[in-house]
Design a protein around this ligand. Sequence first.
Ligand code: ADP
Length: 312
Amino acid sequence: MVTQVATKGKTLTERGEVPHPRERFSAVETRFPAYAVPFGDPRLAATARRNRSVWAAIDLSEYDPDDSGVFKTKSEVRKLVKSNRTRIAELQELMFAEGKHAMLIVLQAMDAGGKDGTIRHVMGGFNPQGCHVVGFGVPTKQELAHDFLWRIHPHTPPRGYVSIFNRSHYEDVLVVRVKELVPKKVWQARYDHINNFERLLADSGVTILKFYLHISKDEQKKRFERRLQRPDKHWKFDPADLKTRTRWDDYMRAFEDVFSKCNHPWAPWYIVPANRKWYRNLVVSTIIVEAMERMDMHYPPALEGLEGIVIE
Ligand code: ADP
């Protein structure tokens, strides 16, 4: 089946074209209406400069977790996701060979939001040799005795490599804020620390992409129920997640603040509609491919005289 991607009211198949993958990605991207968090109203720029914490206000209720763009079914996007994964693998090899760029992918979501599934289905395209996946859970006593970024920094990617954060330093302004684990004054100062930290990484050649997998409270209920019904999913069910669920609205406010205070062109946030896993995979994989294409990478020049070499 040829996947149909609508452009200017007509599908590519209707136009009788078999698009180059790059064209398809662009066609898809133009159909992602509002997932890149806006960088802020220029009128706020002066205020933002004075107080780096003021940026565009984000209202998560305006983002539909059920959205699936122009697509209706999983089968429509299967080939696109597959070709994205193939392209990710090619570009990662190029990144490794060139050794100039690094990439940091941050995944945040409510419980059962699909972080693990995204890593399996999308990041499965990465060669494990050049890719480091790290999960951040409740900090240890030693980690708590340091500044909150101490445990994060060693896991940032060196040039040529990719790091994927399953939860991240953002927990220190999410769960920590909602559960009041430190005084307000302490977590409030962290947005600036995070911005400075990410700026440092970006200035050092790290492309940063931050994804919030946006599920609805109803969808979380369904996913929890599924975990309870299926014995092979029981291990995933943590009664503590139910407590977190009761604070849903507080988490939404905390996420909104993250998106308005820590969203910059060098470290953008993407709000990914994630109720439909197949669309989530398409969005995340496309954004990764596009970001890697923009790196404009090249293989290093070959050694001289290779053409004269004969392998006995
Ligand atoms: P996941 O839920 O991502 O599959 P876990 O079951 O190990 O992984 O849960 C990790 C837990 O660690 C989450 O409840 C998360 O809120 C918590 N956590 C992560 N970072 C921090 C932090 N800095 N302070 C307190 N709790 C944290």
